[in-house]
Design a binder for this molecule. Structure first.
Ligand code: FE
Length: 129
């Protein structure tokens, strides 16, 4: 006697069971930079002067939208990724004693923080007698 289920039934059952669960990916919206003038479209800000509300993705902008600075078309904008992303090329992130994986904000803090510490150190030498 053969079992009632044939192979394709079993296979389709397995496929249904192994389908991935719904995952909500909450990702920061990508920013886009105008290649003509360097204007950066911030989705978190939008373009209030042209009635584009905050939270509007660049891909959701109306077709007639133009760069607020140089009136370039959306096609001349390039995706520059999320704001809190290390700058530079991806293949260089492993170099630089770990400094290359820092975001621009973290690098600023490191540079100007160490300058402030060095200044305070040299000023403290006046306390010596
Ligand atoms: Fe522009």
């Amino acid at each position: 006697m053969e079992p009632d289920l044939n192979n394709s039934d079993i296979l389709s059952q397995q496929v249904e069971q192994s389908s991935p669960p719904e995952v909500l990916l909450i990702e920061e919206p990508h920013r886009y930079e105008c290649s003509s003038c360097g204007y950066i479209y911030e989705p978190t800000v939008g373009d209030p002067r042209r009635g584009i509300g905050e939270g509007t993705l660049f891909t959701d902008l109306p077709k007639e939208w133009r760069c607020p600075v140089c009136t370039a078309r959306p096609a001349s904008f390039s995706d520059i990724g999320i704001p809190s992303k290390p700058s530079g090329f991806t293949e260089n992130l492993g170099f630089g004693f770990g400094v290359n994986v820092m975001t621009p904000g973290q690098k600023n803090l490191l540079i100007f923080g160490s300058l402030a510490v060095a200044f305070a150190f040299f000023m403290s030498l006046y306390a010596l007698d």
